[in-house]
Design a protein around this ligand. Structure first.
Ligand SMILES: Cc1cc2nc3c(=O)[nH]c(=O)nc-3n(C[C@H](O)[C@H](O)[C@H](O)COP(=O)(O)OP(=O)(O)OC[C@H]3O[C@@H](n4cnc5c(N)ncnc54)[C@H](O)[C@@H]3O)c2cc1C
Length: 504
C-alpha cells in the first residue's frame, strides 16, 4: 500500500509515528510512505520553525511531552540539551520544542519505508481502482494522485492520503495584501521583521499571541532605536487572561474519558449541554470558585485587569485557568457528543467566555508589554473600524469616533482565515480541493470530516474511506486543537482506526 503524508508538523508526525509503531509490531506489513513538505518546515511544522527564541510556548514544559509513557520526557530532554530551560513550569522557546519534536522522531525518520519529497502539494486527483480519474460519486474506495508545486503529477498512486497541512492562512480583513509596508504573515519574525526602518511608525493589527510575538521581537530588536511607540490596533479591549503560576493543590474535575463513555451510553451517544454545564458548575463549587465573580473581575482583558493578574495572585482565576487547560483533551469528545442544537447554543452563548479563559497568555510576555507601555514604547489604539492604504504612503487607520491615525508599516496579527472559500485566495491546495469538491465546508466554513475517523466528507464523492484531514482546518470538529499534544494524538488516533479497518 502507498501512503502519502502531506505536511510533517505536529499532526503529520503523529500520523507517521502510528504507522511505524504498527510496522514494528507487525514486521510483515507492506507499505511505503511518501512525506511531502518544504525542507524548512519538515519535522517541526510552522509554529516551531527556526526563529528567535523570544517566541515562547504557551504551555508549561511539564505538559508537552510527546512520549505518553513518560510525561516528564520533554523536561528530561531539556535537561540534556537546554539545561537553562529544564524547569517543568517554564515556557520554552517554540523553536526548541521544534528541535525536541524532530529529535523525538529521528529514529522513525530512518525507517526504510519512508521517502521524503521536499515539495508542497498543490492539487489532488481522485482515481478509481483501475487508475481512471473520477469526478463523481461511484460509491467506491478511491485512490489518489498528487501534484507538487512544480506542476508535476507524481507517478505514485496512493491508497491513503493524510492531509496535515496545519493552519489556514492569515486573514486579510482590510484587503491590504500586496501593499508596500504591509506584512501579511509575520513568521519567521527574524526574517519578516528583522530589516525594518526604526524611524518608521510601526503598528500591529490585533493583540493575540501572534501580536505579542511580533511586539516582543520588535521591542528587543530595535531597543533604543525606535522613533515612535509601536501601536496595537484592536477593535476592543486587548488581551486574554495572564496565566497564573502552576497550582499544585488538588482540583476537582468530573470530566474523564470514563465519565464521557458513561454519559454517552446513558444518552445513546449524546451528552446534553445541560449535563456538561451541570458537571462544570458542580466542579467549580467543589473547588470553591465563583465563576461569575471571576468573570466580573477578569472578563474584559483590559490593561488594568492584566496588571492585577500579572502583579497579584488570584486563587480562583488560577483554578479556572488550570481547569480549562486540563479539560482541553476532552473538549472534542464533549463537543461532538452534544446534540447539534446544544452545540449551537454552546457556540453562541458560552464558547467566547470559555475560550477567553482557556487561551491564556504568559505572564512573561504580558509583563514585558506592561513595562514597555509604562515607558511609552507601546500605545494601544482600540475601537478600530477600518484600515486603508494612504494616498501618499503607508496606511490610514479609522476609529469608531471618527478619528484617523497613520502608520508606515503594519504587521498583520488579526487571526486566520479558516473559511474554505475565502482562504482559497491564498492557499492553492485548498483552492483545488474546494474546486474539485474533494473537501466540503462545515456550517462554520472549515473542513468537514467524519468524527472520530478524520475522513474528508465530500458533497460530491461522499465520505472518503482513505483521505484524512488534521489540524486547524478541522477546528470545528476537533474542537480545542490549538494545542500541540492534541494534534499529535489525533494524527495517531486516525491511523490506528484506519489500520483497524484494514484488518476487518
Ligand atoms: C504561531 C503559532 C503558535 C503556536 N503556539 C503553540 C503553543 O505554544 N503551544 C501549543 O500547544 N500549540 C501552539 N500552536 C497551535 C498549533 O496549532 C499546534 O501546536 C500544532 O503545531 C499544529 O500542528 P499541525 O501539524 O496541524 O500544523 P503544523 O505543525 O504547522 O504543520 C503543518 C505542516 O504542513 C506543511 N504544509 C502546509 N501546506 C502544505 C502543502 N500544500 N503540501 C505539503 N506540506 C504542506 C507545512 O509546511 C507544515 O510543516 C501555535 C500555533 C501557531 C500558528
Amino acid at each position: 500500500m502507498h501512503i502519502a503524508i502531506v505536511g510533517l508538523g505536529t499532526s503529520g508526525n503523529g500520523v507517521l509515528k502510528a504507522f511505524l509503531d504498527y510496522k514494528q509490531a507487525h514486521p510483515n506489513t507492506d507499505f511505503t510512505i511518501h512525506i511531502y513538505d518544504i525542507a524548512n518546515h519538515l519535522g517541526h511544522g510552522f509554529p516551531y520553525q527556526e526563529d528567535t527564541h523570544s517566541l515562547i510556548m504557551n504551555s508549561y514544559a511539564r505538559n508537552i511531552s510527546l512520549d505518553p509513557e513518560n510525561p516528564n520526557g520533554f523536561v528530561e530532554w531539556l535537561t540534556v540539551h537546554y539545561p537553562e530551560h529544564a524547569d517543568p513550569n517554564h515556557y520554552v522557546p517554540r523553536p526548541i520544542f521544534g528541535q525536541y519534536m524532530k529529535d523525538f522522531m529521528k529514529d522513525y525518520m530512518k525507517d526504510d519505508s519512508i521517502t521524503v519529497i521536499n515539495q508542497l502539494v498543490q492539487d489532488i486527483r481522485v482515481l478509481d481502482k483501475a487508475g481512471y480519474e473520477q469526478g463523481e460519486n461511484k460509491q467506491a474506495t478511491y485512490q489518489f494522485q498528487l501534484q507538487t508545486a512544480d506542476d508535476i503529477w507524481q507517478d505514485t498512486v496512493y491508497q491513503a492520503v493524510f492531509l496535515n497541512i496545519g493552519h489556514p492562512p492569515y486573514a486579510d480583513h482590510y484587503h491590504l495584501r500586496g501593499h508596500h509596508g504591509y506584512i501579511h504573515n509575520p513568521y519567521p519574525v527574524s526574517e519578516t521583521l528583522g530589516q525594518l526602518n526604526p524611524e518608521d511608525k510601526i503598528g500591529i493589527i490585533g493583540s493575540g499571541l501572534t501580536a505579542l510575538d511580533a511586539m516582543r521581537y520588535l521591542q528587543n530588536k530595535y531597543e533604543g532605536q525606535l522613533a515612535h511607540s509601536i501601536s496595537f490596533y484592536t477593535r476592543s479591549t486587548p488581551f486574554k487572561t495572564a496565566r497564573q503560576d502552576y497550582y499544585d493543590g488538588p482540583i476537582h474535575m468530573t470530566f474523564s474519558y470514563e465519565w464521557i463513555d458513561e454519559m454517552s451510553a446513558k444518552g445513546n451517544g449524546y451528552i446534553s449541554l445541560e449535563t456538561i454545564l451541570k458537571a462544570f458548575f458542580a466542579d467549580m463549587k467543589a473547588n470553591d470558585v465563583d465563576v461569575k465573580a471571576v468573570i466580573d473581575r477578569f472578563g474584559l482583558g483590559s490593561l488594568s485587569e492584566i496588571r492585577h493578574e500579572v502583579m497579584g495572585y488570584d486563587r480562583e482565576l488560577q483554578i479556572i485557568q488550570q481547569y480549562a487547560s486540563t479539560i482541553t483533551k476532552y473538549l472534542p469528545h464533549l463537543y461532538m457528543k452534544m446534540p447539534g442544537l446544544d452545540r449551537e447554543k454552546y457556540i453562541h452563548e458560552y464558547m467566547d467566555t470559555f475560550e477567553y479563559f482557556r487561551n491564556q497568555m504568559t505572564k512573561e510576555a504580558l509583563l514585558d508589554i506592561l513595562n514597555w507601555y509604562d515607558e511609552g514604547r507601546i500605545t494601544f489604539k482600540d475601537q478600530l473600524v477600518d484600515i486603508k492604504p494612504s494616498s501618499q504612503s503607508g496606511f490610514d487607520i479609522y476609529y469608531k469616533n471618527g478619528a484617523v491615525s497613520h502608520a508606515d508599516i503594519l504587521i498583520n496579527a488579526a487571526g486566520m482565515e479558516s473559511n474554505l472559500f475565502r482562504a482559497s485566495d491564498q492557499d492553492i491546495l485548498i483552492r483545488n480541493l474546494v474546486n474539485r469538491e474533494i473537501i466540503s465546508p462545515t456550517p462554520y466554513g472549515d473542513v468537514l470530516i467524519s468524527w472520530p475517523q478524520g475522513q474528508s466528507m465530500s458533497r460530491r464523492f461522499g465520505t472518503f474511506d482513505n483521505l484524512f484531514f488534521t489540524g486547524r482546518w478541522i477546528k470545528n470538529t476537533l474542537y480545542g486543537n490549538n494545542n500541540a499534544l492534541m494534534n499529535f494524538t489525533f494524527g495517531q488516533d486516525i491511523v490506528k482506526q484506519f489500520l483497524d479497518r484494514q484488518q476487518q
